[in-house]
Design a binder for this molecule. Structure first.
Ligand SMILES: Nc1ncnc2c1ncn2[C@@H]1O[C@H](COP(=O)(O)OP(=O)(O)O)[C@@H](O)[C@H]1O
Ligand SMILES: [Mg+2]
Length: 287
């Protein structure tokens, strides 16, 4: 198991010193290979706080998180020789607006910054930059450009290439598609899916877009008021009972299915995975 939360509570120390409980009794495990997880929940439910525990940016107030064998808790984090670099390299975290963190004069230098910072030599860092700019769907000509003269979507891609160049086993993206138009959003999601499939990395995406959840995720985590309230597959999550209980937004395809069932009094044998499957089911029913 790559990451394991064990009874994690996290409290932000507010200015009034009362503290604010952002995580309550979190127990969850993440594999290093091949998971595509989406993390959803209302604003303020604790999503960002949760993922910041996955590469030890935050330390549990109580309980512990084990990340690639390293146990993060209050006691260990205070030890002088406790080294976080190895896990920071293994778990790549892309912040919500990563484009604000680009600062080098060229895209190439920006992508090379991370790996060099973790001790990779110049030539290897350059090789990785050339590889990763393509993985995120841009061509090599971008490497000589200034990151400041790129579109929002291009900047996000460059930031992601920078994290990928550190060769993390797990890639975490905090609302990566916010601020993008639908086309930009879809393009970026395909990039994540590619990374997941071709590089066999575990991807964790925080999102508000239920279509993304339904179409891409094999596993969904739902946060609510600092608690992890669901950990399972998207199909079950969007079953009728849960939609009512959880007050969830509904993926377009499920909405369409419900309309068809209600307005035409059709009962479909199961929930379709995508539009093609729904069309096939309609053809079957129409026979
Ligand atoms: N630096 C901080 N100091 C105090 N409270 C914070 C801080 N960051 C987040 N919080 C609070 O913790 C809760 C969870 O925040 P967050 O993890 O950012 O939620 P989400 O990402 O789901 O919107 C929120 O109520 C938020 O106001
Ligand atoms: Mg957040």
């Amino acid at each position: 198991m790559a990451i394991k939360f064990n009874r994690v509570d996290f409290k932000y120390q507010g200015f009034d010193n009362k503290g604010y409980l952002a995580l309550s009794n979190i127990n969850v495990s993440i594999n290093a290979e091949g998971e595509f997880i989406t993390l959803i929940g209302e604003t303020g439910s604790g999503k960002t706080t949760l993922v910041q525990h996955m590469n030890a940016l935050l330390t549990p107030t109580s309980g512990n998180v084990t990340i690639f064998g390293l146990k993060i808790d209050q006691e260990n984090i205070k030890k002088k020789k406790f080294r976080l670099n190895p896990i920071r390299q293994k778990v790549g975290l892309v912040f919500q607006f990563p484009e604000y963190q680009l600062f080098e004069e060229t895209v190439l230098k920006d992508i090379m910054f991370g790996p060099k910072n973790y001790g990779v030599d110049e030539a290897t860092a350059r090789e990785r930059a050339i590889k990763m700019i393509k993985v995120v769907g841009l061509d090599e000509s971008y490497l000589d450009r200034s990151p400041f003269n790129l579109s929002g979507g291009e900047k996000k891609r460059v930031s992601i290439a920078g994290i990928l160049a550190m060769e993390p086993d797990i890639l975490i993206l905090d609302e990566p598609t916010s601020g993008l138009d639908p086309l930009g959003r879809d393009a970026l999601l395909r990039v994540f899916n590619d990374i997941h499939q071709k590089l066999n990395k575990t991807i964790i995406v925080i999102t508000h877009d239920m279509n993304t959840v339904y179409e891409y995720a094999k596993r969904v985590l739902v946060m609510r008021d600092s608690y992890l309230v669901y950990d399972g597959d998207p199909h079950t999550l969007f079953s009728k009972k849960n939609i009512e209980n959880w007050n969830l937004d509904i993926p377009d395809i499920i909405n369409l299915l419900h309309h068809l069932e209600k307005d035409f009094n059709i009962t479909f044998p199961k929930q379709p995975q995508n539009v093609d499957e729904l069309l096939t089911m309609i053809e079957e029913v129409a026979k």
